[in-house]
Design a protein around this ligand. Sequence first.
Ligand code: ADQ
Length: 768
Amino acid sequence: MTSMIVVSNRLPFVLKRCENGILSRHPSAGGLVTAMSPVVTEKGGLWIGWPGLYLNENDVIPEGDEKSNNAAERIGPKQIRSVNIESELFDEYYNGCCNTAFWPLLHSMPDRAVFKKEGWKSYLQVNELFGEKTFSALKNVVDMHPNGRAPLIWIHDYQLMLVPNYVRDMINEHGLHCKIAFFLHIPFPSWDIFRLFPWFDDVLVGLLGCDLIGFHIDGYVDNFLECCVKGLECRVDRENQVIHYDGRTIRVQSFPIGVPFKQFEEMSRVVKSEVVPHPDCKMILGVDRLDYTKGIIHRIRAFEKLLDEHPEHMEKVMLMQIAVPSRIGVQEYMELKDELDREVGRINGRLSTHKWSPIRYIYQCLKQDQLCAFYRDAYVALVTPIRDGMNLVAKEFVACQIGEPGVLILSPFTGAGETMHEALICNPLEEYGLAECMHRALAMPLGERELRMSALRRRERTNDVHHWVKTFLKATKAFNGEDNGSLAEPLTINQIEKWLAKYVGDTMKLVLLLDYDGTLAPIASHPDVAHLPEETKWILEQLVTMPDVYVAVVSGRNVNNLKSMVGISNITYAGNHGVDILHPDGTMFTHPDQIKYTPLIEALRVELESVTTNVEGAWIEAKGSTMTMHYRNVATEKRPALVEQTTAVILKHSFKPMKAHCAVEARPPIQWDKGRASIHLLRTTFGIDWSERVRIIYVGDDTTDEDAMTVLKGMAATFRVTNSRPVKTSAKYRIPDTRSVITLLQWVQQHFQNKINRKSSVSSNHSD
Ligand code: ADQ
């Protein structure tokens, strides 16, 4: 049975169409493929990804080579699910968003980032396609093995950051259980940088669909946690590296990736040299994808400086720069290539002698064994990116250093720089310093080189790529709680204190605007049995007696029904989403436009009844000026058609259809909602300058509450009760359940009780 579904932008091979129309397979380079291919072959996993071109219906993916040493080549078409994407859409997603927005931004180079709405839209679309493909692969496996354990879904990298949430949504909807994990191969920046992305909250929500999120190093984990706190007001336990979100606990952890150490080591024992080694000319090696993050230009200028400052190295050293062509069609990358060509030409022109050129530059993708020969024969490896998630070249170099050891110069701005302490760590942005570092490496005594290299090799041999996979998989198994996302820690009163103490303060009145169903009362199978918990009722009864607290319940229910469900006087009840507002003194406000729709509602009821009459579990709730079709108890497969028909009938009768929790509401098409009703209530009760007189807490769980959260943004503390569905919200805070609402109300009660106690002790002191 399939135990893992790997999802990445590209498949482990690229397909190309030959002249006769037949497809051929070509290896995909990079760390991800090397790391994941053995796992997928060994565990009989599936791999979901883009095949490199648009596939026609009759296209056949070529078989793998079962005998190959390379795991990626062994993966056959049965293990592949290709995501077919029109080339225009793929281009907009890949070049219009992934490469131009996420790549520079996540590498903390915001000046290079371009944010375009069209690119973002394509990103959403493509991520949704990946999500659907992943879900259908999962469903197939589960359908075939109903009693087996669902496979782990392991999604990779920045191109697919929304996929976890899409998949989570679909598995929730279908009542499936499985674990979802994600690994980011590039850095994750600080909040100050990340917040520049216009849709940063969508990205965070997308990733939080996971159970486990992995990064290369703790620094990226810290940044991510900080972004969740600042961007989504998530509750975060930094010490244990967990996030409480939407009623689930998400683990965030670092897993520094390694390389297939043994494979590189063995290959370097057998390959022939690529350059004729010259005993008097040492090779300094640079190997990179041609990318502006890799710091190649800085590196070659620093090399020029080395020769200027230390002319004794002339004719004794050469820089071998190997660059793989990357993102060839993108303007910025073409400019980088031009600049590199120019600089190499300039330096060689200036410094070459009749028997020596300082720089050799190869612009092509080499085979792994050729690369091994370079790694083995190099005297110094220059790994000097300006920013890099990990950097595998540093590790591959170390693995291939089987002879007299050379020296690794490493940038501190790489993930590798965090653990490979025995390298010479050097800031690549300061060319003179880098030149001096090269000088030191070239002059380093053998004893020191041996000491440093053997420590580096020991670590990389142990922490190789297989170790990385193993620790990641082990972490996915270590979740507590349910399979379908671990249960969250309950919300504590201390957390509420942190959120609210300063805002609520001691001097102003507090207005509590509270939704009923799903907020004060847990959702029930029928509105009549959605009772207010005793504890909640008790606290509300205390609150309404307090002089500085004003309570209103804002609901979609009919106002009289709402009042009887809550059963407390001295509360303002806003029913039908605030169309009717019943004040504690018995006066009632009804929206004036409402009146003309009252005669039309009976005809709507009759027709809606006829739509639902034969659908088991569906029923109509008539609420005076509005009406709701409930389908919580309707079979899942019958729901879409029922919702569609209901919507059509509502529109036909000139009412407005609104989606709610397992329900569709028919509302009069008047410009009124919980947001406008809240503002009306605040204005009429506290005056036009209400925002200067009162503090406001709004709590709701429904999409209809979003209207209020949107208008109150910046002027209230708004809470969305999220009921374990990852949702986008305008609320400032998310809380998981009605139990947390009780905690919130308890805090308010204590806070104002303390205030009353303080006042009475002051006045009794005075009277003493
Ligand atoms: P990359 O940005 O691709 O990876 P890196 O980690 O250095 O960067 O991996 C490059 C890979 O390409 C290496 O395996 C290397 O052998 C190979 N390569 C480089 N030049 C080559 C050439 N001329 N010919 C053939 N092969 C060549 C992303 C992140 C990194 C992270 C990895 C893995 O940007 O920070 O380390 O994923 O998670």
